[in-house]
Design a protein around this ligand. Structure first.
Ligand SMILES: NC(=O)c1ccc[n+]([C@@H]2O[C@H](COP(=O)([O-])OP(=O)(O)OC[C@H]3O[C@@H](n4cnc5c(N)ncnc54)[C@H](OP(=O)(O)O)[C@@H]3O)[C@@H](O)[C@H]2O)c1
Length: 309
């Protein structure tokens, strides 16, 4: 066998190592299903310890597909997993930061600890993983970092401030990293889903003050009263399922030079263009008047004049 054909064969049998976080449900689980069937990759799917048994039941492990516990907020989990992958398969070639949580609360109803949890999961966990996989990608001169962000990283909505802030942070970091990584042969991509037809709204987190166990009266009662069904309605009406987003991620994994921004639902695409073509000030006002019954919010609690009926 000539050196050339050996190199060719090595190239054809090379199976990039893909690491996906947050595979217990939703997009992560749908992506795990696709990757389980795709023999071109070696795959590490991860979830918090409590979900591992169910995942192992669903996906019997084999020589190219393994399942490991990892809470993205825990430094020791991240460290242990990356060391294991480094010794087993030399390192990660494609990192998919998918795990995420979403608090539903107005800014005044969040505590510092709750903000910390929001950011630990959606920002600090992903960034620390990025730092841990970059050295191997740099050494190879190739690799992909795919961060699952959100339309909430393009536009912020009331009662979703902390979630938006965490996704804006992830988007900002990804944009800077795109410049830093490109000369090194590494692609950085943001996948930006909007409303998805899934049960993930059942997993929404409430702050100590915003949860349904609180008697909702006072200044912010209308905010939750109108925003919660508004968001859930759009999720129900959406045509996009977690599987659609997972397929989009798989296409990005396979694409040679995928773009930084990848809107993943119709509404995300719409907002992507609205933000580009409508002046921000105007868009802000347009979105404000689109909020359900916005003129009535907190009416009894402000010194604003009531609208004429
Ligand atoms: N669904 C949407 O409408 C939507 C829209 C835009 C963006 N996104 C983004 O898409 C990504 C996936 O969300 P999804 O829709 O698939 O929702 P999901 O079903 O709630 O999935 C999120 C996954 O993240 C995991 N997770 C949460 N905290 C974790 C932690 N500390 N360590 C490890 N895993 C953790 C969850 O595991 P547990 O089950 O153990 O909690 C779950 O498997 C998220 O980043 C989300 O922000 C979703």
């Amino acid at each position: 066998m000539t050196e050339n054909s050996m190199r060719k064969e090595a190239k054809t049998i090379f199976k990039p190592v893909v690491l996906v976080t947050g595979c217990a449900s939703g997009i992560g689980l749908a992506l795990a299903e696709l990757l389980y069937k795709d023999l071109h990759y070696r795959v590490v799917i991860t979830a918090r310890a409590g979900s591992i048994a169910a995942l192992k039941n669903k996906f019997p492990e084999n020589e190219r597909f393994i399942i490991r516990p990892m809470d993205v907020t825990k430094a020791e989990d991240r460290q242990q997993l990356i060391s294991e992958i480094n010794s087993l398969w030399s390192g990660v070639n494609v990192l998919i930061n998918n795990a995420g949580i979403s608090y539903r609360a107005v800014v005044e109803h969040m505590t510092a600890e709750e903000e910390q949890m929001q950011f630990a999961t959606n920002y600090f966990g992903p960034v620390n993983l990025i730092r841990q996989v970059l050295p191997h990608m740099r050494k190879l001169g190739r690799g992909k970092i795919i961060n699952v962000s959100s339309v909430s990283g393009m536009l912020a909505m009331p009662t979703m401030g902390s979630y938006s802030a965490s996704k804006y942070a992830l988007d900002g970091l990804s944009e800077a990293l795109w410049y830093e990584a490109k000369p090194l042969g590494i692609n950085v991509c943001l996948v930006q889903p909007g409303f998805i037809k899934s049960k993930s709204f059942l997993k929404v987190r409430y702050s100590g003050q915003s949860g349904p166990e609180n008697e909702m009266n006072g200044t912010y009662a209308d905010y939750y009263k109108y925003m919660t069904p508004f968001i859930e309605k759009f999720m129900r009406l959406s045509f996009t399922t977690p599987n659609h987003v997972a397929k989009k991620i798989l296409r990005i994994i396979k694409k040679k030079n995928p773009p930084l921004w990848n809107p993943a639902t119709l509404d995300a695409l719409l907002f992507y263009y609205l933000r580009r073509f409508i002046p921000r000030r105007l868009l802000l006002q347009l979105l404000f008047i689109s909020l359900p019954n916005i003129r009535l919010w907190a009416l009894a609690y402000t010194n604003l004049k009531k609208p004429k009926s």
